[in-house]
Design a protein around this ligand. Structure first.
Ligand code: FES
Length: 111
């Protein structure tokens, strides 16, 4: 089980901490289950860049980035060294704390 701290580029959205996040869920799935809005145009199959997040800490707790994911991140808005696609950040066996920043969703065209 993990605890995930979500904070948001959009200043009007308060940070939220989600405890007891289960192994094998992706960060996108956890966000959506908890009414945290992250676009996900391709439905979570590593075929768009709309679910882009910044993984501030806890990268060892999620599946490693693939070449395909890196290619899509290159197309995301303002990619950084810690950019990931949230649908590809599946929680590995273990426990810990993960910190995520959700980019401004208002400037992304998507679902
Ligand atoms: S939802 Fe499309 S790559 Fe994550």
């Amino acid at each position: 089980m993990y605890t995930i701290d979500f904070s948001f580029e959009q200043k009007n959205i308060p940070s939220i901490t989600i405890p007891n996040c289960p192994v094998d869920d992706s960060i996108l799935e956890i966000a959506l289950k908890n009414n945290i809005h992250i676009h996900h145009n391709c439905g979570g199959v590593n075929a768009c860049s709309t679910c882009h997040i910044y993984l501030e800490s806890g990268e060892d707790f999620v599946e490693e980035i693939s070449d395909k994911e890196e290619n899509f991140i290159d197309r995301a808005r303002n990619p950084r060294i810690n950019s990931r696609l949230s649908c590809q950040c599946v929680l590995l066996e273990g426990t810990g704390r993960i910190q995520v920043i959700v980019p401004d969703q208002s400037v992304i065209h998507g679902e």
